[in-house]
Design a protein around this ligand. Structure first.
Ligand code: IMP
Length: 422
């Protein structure tokens, strides 16, 4: 069995969609295993740019089978909107997209709760995507969630939704939030999920069978390691495990099935929402990254915070995921910076460390930088790794040395063919 796991190594938005797409030409099955419509995976094919939230990115190839695994929280309304948009541009997924009967539904009351909980947090708000992700995982952990398998019985599903809306209304009442109409919500959910019913199946069996038969299987991580609920910058994280462990539990594949772990990192760092970001640059350098890299959230449109590559955090993510190869994206965005900085350690409470501190001590972390000469070259026409500017290759060699993993792919632009394999 040789499954590839593809994982974001920063705070999400590393360009995973593009890398999945770049490696999916030879893939048979692509699996989403965690998160939900908080993800926004951007894929550019020809003149069309698509943002996929729930549909696995590799599915833009006509023969790739896609699985939405048991670890995903699935908003049925969002998935239907996405399927309709894809169908209108000729991407028909019927018969090759399958949804786990064990995945949990994200329903309208989860989104209301997401909003309400953010308001309650006041100055400590996380800056969530408001897609209902946290509340859906709360229901899952609290063992009151509604699983996708339950849509097979619309009558029982209707009752369950009404029961859950009534329970949430008790909370909404206490929080001074407008109450929801249980019957109306339940009717809409039954209607929407009826369309998805033919796609629901046991994806755990499908994933394992594909791996056992030696098919090329790719698990596509969502968000990034630093947003992982256990190992990320808690509490400014998402509610799922975005590390390798979450990709296994969320797909039902065993650890020994994984043959290769590809970590995706941008050549600089970005973050949307609140939380520690030691290498954030609020000056010209950060603004140039935002402008040149179009760093605006693909799910929420929010401007992303930008800053230098953080090797303390990257080394941690490479180590805790057991990354074999790094895919370095958006290297072209660094062109034009007078010099390029990468953080090699932090000073925390007066002491230098190369270990990533837990969230609470992270806030005061002061980065120490190594600085490299910049480059001005336009990377658009570069077709081999060896033709990259020397200044960029020096940074890449430094990253490899610091992280103990090879940079096997360098992305030099948004197009499919702007991807250098090494
Ligand atoms: P939630 O996942 O919507 O609860 O948001 C929690 C935090 O994770 C917020 O800071 C979000 O901006 C961030 N986040 C969630 N999904 C993504 C993603 O796909 N890319 C980047 N940031 C994300």
């Amino acid at each position: 069995m040789a499954v590839t796991a593809l994982i974001g190594l920063q705070w999400g938005d590393e360009g995973k969609g593009k890398v999945v797409d770049a490696v999916s030409g030879s893939v048979d099955v692509v699996i989403r295993a965690q998160g939900g419509a908080n993800a926004g995976h951007t894929v550019k094919v020809g003149d069309t740019t698509r943002v996929l939230h729930l549909v696995p990115s590799g599915m833009l190839y006509p023969d790739v089978v896609g699985l939405i695994g048991n670890g995903v929280v699935l908003d049925p309304f969002q998935l239907i909107a996405e399927l309709d948009a894809l169908a209108s541009s000729g991407h028909v997924l019927d018969g090759r997209l399958w949804i786990s009967d064990r995945a949990h539904l994200v329903l309208p009351y989860h989104k209301e709760m997401d909003e309400a909980l953010e308001l309650l947090r006041g100055g400590g708000a996380i800056g969530t995507t408001k897609r209902g992700i946290g509340p859906a995982y709360m229901d899952k952990a609290g063992r009151v969630g509604i699983r996708v398998g339950e849509i097979a019985d619309p009558g029982a599903l209707r009752e369950r939704v009404i029961e859950q809306v009534e329970a949430k209304n008790r909370l909404f009442g206490a929080l001074d939030v407008k109450l929801m109409d249980g019957a109306a919500v339940a009717d809409a959910v039954v209607e929407a999920t009826r369309r998805l019913a033919p796609m629901v199946t046991d994806t755990v069996s499908m994933a394992n069978a594909a791996a056992e038969q030696g098919k090329e299987v790719l698990i596509e991580g969502a968000q990034g390691s630093l947003l992982d609920v256990d190992l990320g910058t808690y509490p400014y994280v998402t509610s799922s495990n975005c590390h390798l462990g979450g990709l296994l539990s969320g797909s039902g594949l065993p650890p020994r099935a994984i043959g290769r772990v590809v970590g995706v990192a941008k050549a600089y760092c970005t973050r949307v929402g609140a939380g520690p970001f030691p290498t954030e640059d609020n000056g010209e350098a950060g603004q140039q990254m935002r402008d040149k890299g179009h760093e605006y959230g693909s799910t929420t449109g929010r401007p992303r915070r930008c800053g230098w590559l953080d090797l303390v955090a990257l080394r941690f993510a490479v180590r805790t995921n057991g990354v074999d190869e790094i895919a370095l994206t958006k290297s072209d965005v660094l062109s034009g910076q007078p010099s390029i900085k990468v953080a090699t350690s932090y000073v925390v409470d007066g002491e230098e460390t190369t270990d990533l501190p837990a969230g609470v001590r992270f806030d005061g972390a002061e980065p120490c930088y190594a600085e490299f000469p910049g480059f001005d070259d336009d990377l658009a026409g570069v077709s081999t790794f060896d033709d990259l500017p020397g200044a960029l290759r020096d940074v890449i060699a430094f990253v490899e040395e610091a992280c103990g993993a090879r940079v096997a792919l360098v992305s030099t632009g948004p197009e499919r063919d702007q991807t250098l394999h090494r």
